[in-house]
Design a protein around this ligand. Structure first.
Ligand code: GDP
Length: 449
């Protein structure tokens, strides 16, 4: 995943540092030198990396890190602050502005292949969930399939799409779409404008003409985070030509090193407002620098996880589960339901990466296998082959029952054993959390659980 190798490098640097107890200035300098190298290896712009380390150094000197109780933690906290800063800080500039008179127009621009058309649909989906009534406008007349693609996505999401026949003028299409939005009582208009393989003058001129004529509330560049510093250059060019109000970084689920995300704001001064993290229509998230920073530092992104859980988890089911947990009960039926809920939250790997401390776990080959293989299918098959009594009271599952369950589910005794072991571990964890004792309870408290 993105930031994975940077994250590992930084974790290594800081665990070294905290192993040292008292720190000298030389220790801190040496660690920061390594941080700079790690950033550059993550494809962060050279100047941004240098300034980053310089600011951390200044703050560390100011904070008198050397004299403090836990010097390494203090350095880590300064690095965290600076990461947040370099990703865009925490002010309202990072948020989408829809405060104009409706319909508010969001104009998407970007190179072909960056993900503009799919992002238009994801954004419409996101805004509708927030209570808006979006209209999508197919104004990319250069890529022949783009209009059709947007119409298909619109149908799938039941979001209206405004289009005109091939050969129509994109500027007119956009202008006409505003009147159509008023007619249809849509309060947000998303323009999917022309993309080209490379920046060329005709494309820029068309974008500028549309912008001048429509005066959109937002002009957002859709940029492919996988292309690293190339995305930063593209952003600079677009910003000079059309004055962007924001950016959307796509393909943040890919395994690029993360340099684009860490440089693009500092280099261009334009805030990143959203990122996309997959091909599914719900794979768009607001860009939160603070959450990303803690993810990069291996502190997990518990907030995003909770938010996603709230969106996907069936409230009624969750309440039932919670009531049972409070009584200290947790059986295999609950386990199956929990696994199904987890699955609904997205690829298991992505969910796991948001949990604190998971980076190290993810390296284990067993983990790899569990996440890549279709684990849930086995879990379902095995649990569904049990009798009701066995599910409610797993302790009765002895050797002969295990063999029967393995046969019934088309798996092996090995798999059944493993599942029961997993279940036992989860039950221990849950009992600790609900009784407030033990290491899992401690971890839950630490993260406000
Ligand atoms: P456009 O030419 O800019 O309109 O690009 P498209 O919207 O057609 O997207 C190009 C390709 O990138 C498609 O295959 C998308 O599914 C894919 N894509 C877009 N966003 C993401 C993302 O966040 N993650 C992944 N993995 N793929 C994406």
């Amino acid at each position: 995943a993105m930031f994975e190798s940077l994250s590992k490098r930084l974790e290594g640097i800081f665990s070294n540092l905290s192993g040292q107890g008292k720190l000298t200035e030389d220790d801190v300098n040496a660690a920061l030198r390594e941080v700079r190298i790690a950033l550059i290896e993550a494809d962060v712009n050279l100047k941004v990396a240098r300034q980053f380390v310089e600011r951390v150094k200044q703050k560390a000197i100011g904070a008198d890190v050397m004299g403090s109780l836990s010097p390494a933690q203090q350095v880590l906290s300064i690095v965290n602050e600076e990461l947040i800063e370099v990703l865009g800080g925490t002010d309202d500039k990072n948020k989408l502005d829809l405060s104009g008179a409706p319909p508010n127009v969001i104009m998407l621009v970007g190179l072909q292949g960056a993900g503009k058309t799919t992002t238009a649909a994801k954004l419409a989906n996101y805004l509708r969930k927030q209570g808006s009534r979006p209209l999508m406008v197919a104004a990319d007349m250069y890529r022949p399939a783009a209009v059709k693609q947007l119409q298909t996505l619109g149908k799938q999401l039941t979001v209206p799409v405004y289009s005109e026949p091939m050969g129509a003028n994109p500027v007119d299409i956009c202008a006409n779409s505003i009147a159509y939005a008023r007619e249809q009582a849509c309060n947000v208009v998303i323009l999917d404008t022309a993309g080209r393989l490379n920046i060329d003058e005709r494309m820029m001129n068309e974008i500028i003409t549309i912008r001048n004529r429509i005066q959109p509330r937002e002009v957002l560049l859709v940029a492919d985070a996988m292309t690293g510093q190339e995305a930063v250059r593209v952003a600079q060019d677009f910003n000079q030509a059309v004055s962007l109000t924001g950016m959307i970084l796509t393909k943040m689920d890919g395994d690029a090193r993360g340099g684009a995300a860490l440089s693009i704001r500092s280099v261009t001064g334009v805030p990143v407002k959203f990122m996309t993290v997959g091909e599914k229509m719900d794979a768009l998230e607001p860009f939160y620098p603070d959450r990303l920073a803690s993810r990069i530092l291996g502190m997990g992104d518990v907030l995003s996880l909770i938010e996603r859980a709230q969106e996907t988890i069936d409230q009624e089911e969750a309440m039932k589960a919670q009531a049972k947990l409070q009584q200290g009960k947790f059986d295999l039926e609950d386990f199956l339901s929990a696994m199904r809920q987890l699955k609904r939250m997205g690829p298991l790997r992505q969910v796991m990466e948001m949990l604190p401390g998971m980076n190290k776990l993810m390296d284990m080959p067993e983990m790899e296998e569990a996440l890549e293989g279709d684990q849930l299918k086995y879990v379902e098959a095995i649990i569904l082959s049990m009798t009701r009594d066995e599910r409610r009271n797993p302790d009765i599952i002895n050797g002969s029952r295990r063999r029967r369950i393995a046969r019934g589910s088309g798996t092996g005794v090995e798999e059944v054993n493993q599942l029961l072991k997993q279940f036992a571990e989860m039950r221990t964890m849950i009992r600790q959390v609900s009784s407030g004792k033990g290491p899992w309870a401690q971890m839950a408290r630490q993260f406000g659980g």
